[in-house]
Design a binder for this molecule. Sequence first.
Ligand SMILES: [Zn+2]
Length: 142
Amino acid sequence: MISQIDKDIITNLLAHPDLRDRQGMDQRVYARISYKKNGVYGWNCNKTHPLQAKFAKYLRPEAIELHAEMDAIVRSVRIFGTDWLENTTLYVVRLKRPGPNIDEWVTGLAKPCEICMAAIEAFDINRVVYTIDKEGIRELIR
Ligand SMILES: [Zn+2]
């Protein structure tokens, strides 16, 4: 069940300056892996990453640009190791332009793709909370 804490984390993620300050992108995705009060962030970028490529290999081998969820996993592993990821919640938000040439951001569907879902399963992250269009929030429990 989506709690008030989940809603607050999503609200904070959407307000995070890193998400709004990034220039030259029409889609911005930001992720946070949370366990108790700890949080590690990740965001999408145009760079490729070997972990993204590893999970993309059998699903969509061309999709090797780093996704926000995978970036958060990479950073979490670097800081806390792999065990830390069990029983964590991964939060994902997406901001997008509502139409061409509209200088505004609205929330969009941030459900992890099949490549990130494979990594989420491999690292035993058991819950994902993500934005959908029109400011809604959904939860996915493994
Ligand atoms: Zn993905």
